[in-house]
Design a binder for this molecule. Structure first.
Ligand SMILES: NC(=O)c1ccc[n+]([C@@H]2O[C@H](COP(=O)([O-])OP(=O)(O)OC[C@H]3O[C@@H](n4cnc5c(N)ncnc54)[C@H](OP(=O)(O)O)[C@@H]3O)[C@@H](O)[C@H]2O)c1
Length: 241
């Protein structure tokens, strides 16, 4: 996107990896571990201090398998990184996103949210935690779209394509996976192309290259409201502690 003349800010959690990337691309970098909402909040503040407008926010960071599945605040790391952190970042940046776009990385793996698990009260398998966290981000995307209305950003949840050959897929599924450019191309298109401007709140399934209904709960407005209220409570409690 830099070659198209856009100003890019990259995010990462690993200082040296991030510095190398920022140097290579000659772009600005911001650092935050998304398993800690305090760091997410500070990162948003850093961006808010420096920029008065963001055209596109891509919520890409995500985790599937990891050795430590519980965060220091007692939540499943999949829910924290894949669902709560991007919600906090997006809502804090809303004032400068205005009519921009938010692209939220969902997945073909989607499962009904168990509120006990979302609140860190029961443990789930890696796949179940990941699939619940991905339906939850898909659901808050639609809920937030309805909240911000026409003056807010376009918010789209996307399955970039299944089993693309990234670190997550190589380590988690023991396969080399498919061409990652399948994901790159759709994220770029959703970020910039006019044809997506009227699809806020929807889920784009790149396995079938079209907008599609998410898993059945994904259109349940009451459940989405409950999920967002739970996320907001977790954010408030964590940032106050
Ligand atoms: N690959 C697929 O087939 C596929 C399919 C559907 C959806 N997705 C989604 O696409 C997104 C990108 O995943 P990927 O496939 O490219 O996997 P990946 O190569 O493992 O990338 C995940 C990224 O998230 C970052 N991350 C993980 N935990 C973090 C934390 N606590 N704080 C900050 N950053 C963190 C990782 O940083 P480090 O480099 O420091 O670990 C990495 O840059 C994810 O949301 C994933 O769920 C992927």
């Amino acid at each position: 996107m830099k070659s198209l003349g856009h100003t890019i800010i990259v995010h990462g959690r690993n200082g040296s990896k991030l510095d190398n990337l920022a140097k290579e691309l000659q772009v600005e970098a911001v650092k935050a571990d998304f398993s800690d909402l305090r760091e997410v909040s500070e990162m948003a503040d850093t961006i808010l201090k420096k920029y008065d407008k963001i055209d596109v926010l891509i919520n890409n960071a995500g985790v599937f398998k990891t050795s430590n599945t519980t965060t220091k605040d007692g939540y499943d790391v999949r829910y924290m990184v894949n669902t709560f952190a991007p919600y906090l970042l997006t809502t804090k940046l809303l004032p400068i996103l205005r009519k921009g776009r938010v692209i939220n990385l969902s997945s073909a793996a989607q499962a009904s949210v168990d509120f006990e698990a979302l609140n860190g009260k029961v443990e789930l398998s890696d796949f179940e935690a990941y699939a619940q966290s991905k339906l939850a981000i898909t659901m808050w995307s639609r809920h937030l779209t309805n909240q911000v209305g026409a003056d807010g950003p376009v918010i789209i949840a996307v399955n970039p394509g299944s089993l693309l050959g990234t670190k997550m897929v190589k380590q988690g599924f023991n396969t080399n996976g498919n061409d990652i450019n399948i994901g790159v191309d759709i994220i770029k298109s959703l970020s910039l192309d006019h044809e997506h401007a009227d699809h806020s709140g929807e889920y784009y399934d790149n396995d079938n290259q079209k907008y599609a209904p998410p898993q059945a709960d994904g259109l349940d407005d009451e459940k989405a409201k409950k999920i967002v209220e739970s996320i907001q409570t977790i954010i408030n409690n964590t940032l106050a502690s």
